[in-house]
Design a protein around this ligand. Structure first.
Ligand code: 1HN
Length: 348
């Protein structure tokens, strides 16, 4: 392929001008921008410090109720994609606040949502009539087109990180949303029913999955953390990831959600990962520990509850100053299913 676009001669310019009203445009003028030799992302490596965001969230809690807002969320908008409500090209992220006694009314949408709990307890999300109580470090799923409302029966603010596949659905023009018409969907199952039914290494004998999302919608931190703690005893550290696990559906072994891959990793104190890059831009939040992530010239110093994003195909390393636990999510399941996912463990 030629390194530069063909020259624009007066004859060619005249042709382009005359074809434009017919909704025609020459490929050779745009080919190099359309198909790049490797990913060229507008996404910028960015960190949101929880200490900086939290006061704005609490202030938002004073100026609007969860009910009026529908969802009281501050969007984590990537500075490379201003005004687009995206944290990466394909994903949306925000920090949601619910205060004691509030409700976020029931609705359902085509977009899938994940919640990763940052602060507070005794808040719940109800999915199709089953309440799941949420605590810090828990990973919660709201599958596509399921009714969901949130409430808070505890004291103090409750905050979680929302991840949704909004831009992905937008790019496919496949968005639907519907209000339930009442604040809460009726409670139809006791809290804990789903985790017992599908999350105890057993499945109901003749049960078959009816949707591409995990039947479990709560992955409590106590269980994930305990697994990491047990596994560290063998000290089988991956040079690029430390000890990194993928959340899965117990029904299929596939990613827990069809559009978003979710991960939890342990980096022991003093560990520095080898350079790694992959085509899935990834959103991280630290649950425990402090450290930093180097992405080219950029250094992101993180601590508990901070959120940061690593762009597609950006080589990076993580360093842990203390035992650190990172939760992360990306569009990896989509890329894998479409045969697009690539990663590179080289250190150049
Ligand atoms: C939504 O339904 C939630 O259910 C959070 O908590 C964020 C952002 C855009 C559209 C719907 C929620 C959302 C959202």
């Amino acid at each position: 392929m030629e390194a530069e676009a063909p020259a624009r001669t007066p004859e060619r310019e005249d042709l382009y001008r005359r074809m434009a009203p017919a909704h025609l445009t020459p490929l050779w003028e745009v080919l190099r921008a359309l198909i790049t030799p490797e990913p060229r992302s507008p996404v910028q490596a960015t960190l949101w410090r929880y200490g900086e965001v939290r006061p704005f969230l609490l202030e938002a809690g004073k100026v609007i109720t969860a009910k009026e807002a529908e969802r009281r969320v501050l969007i984590l908008e990537n500075p490379g994609l201003p005004g687009q409500s995206r944290i990466t090209t394909s994903l949306y992220a925000g920090l949601q606040l619910i205060l004691p006694g509030e409700v976020a009314p029931a609705h359902r949408h085509a977009q899938s949502a994940l919640r990763f709990i940052i602060e507070g307890s005794k808040g719940y999300t109800a999915v199709d009539g089953e309440r799941v109580y949420m605590s810090p470090g828990d990973f919660i799923i709201t599958p596509s087109w399921t009714w969901h409302d949130h409430g808070h029966e505890g004291d103090g603010p409750m905050v979680w990180l929302d991840g949704l596949d909004i831009p992905l659905v937008q790019s496919l023009d496949a968005s639907f949303i519907e209000g339930y018409g009442h604040d809460a969907h009726p409670v139809t199952r006791p809290a804990g029913d789903t985790l017992a039914r599908y999350g105890a290494n057993m499945l109901p004998v003749d049960w078959k999955p009816s949707r591409p999302t995990s039947p479990i919608f709560s992955y409590p931190y106590a269980r994930s953390r305990e697994a990491l703690e047990q596994m560290r005893k063998t000290a089988e550290w991956d040079p690029c990831h430390g000890l990194k696990m993928r959340f899965v559906s117990p029904a299929t072994g596939d990613h827990a959600m069809p559009t978003m891959g979710t991960f939890m990793q342990l980096l022991p104190k003093g560990f520095t990962t080898a350079g790694y890059r992959s085509t899935d831009a990834t959103i991280f939040t630290a649950v425990e520990g402090r450290g930093r992530t180097r992405i080219g010239e950029t250094v992101l110093d993180w601590g508990p509850r901070d959120v940061f994003v690593v762009p597609s195909w950006a080589r990076h390393t993580h360093e842990a100053d203390e035992d650190a636990v990172l939760f992360s999510f990306s569009d990896r399941p989509v890329q894998e299913k479409l045969g697009l996912f690539r990663d590179d463990r080289g250190n150049r």
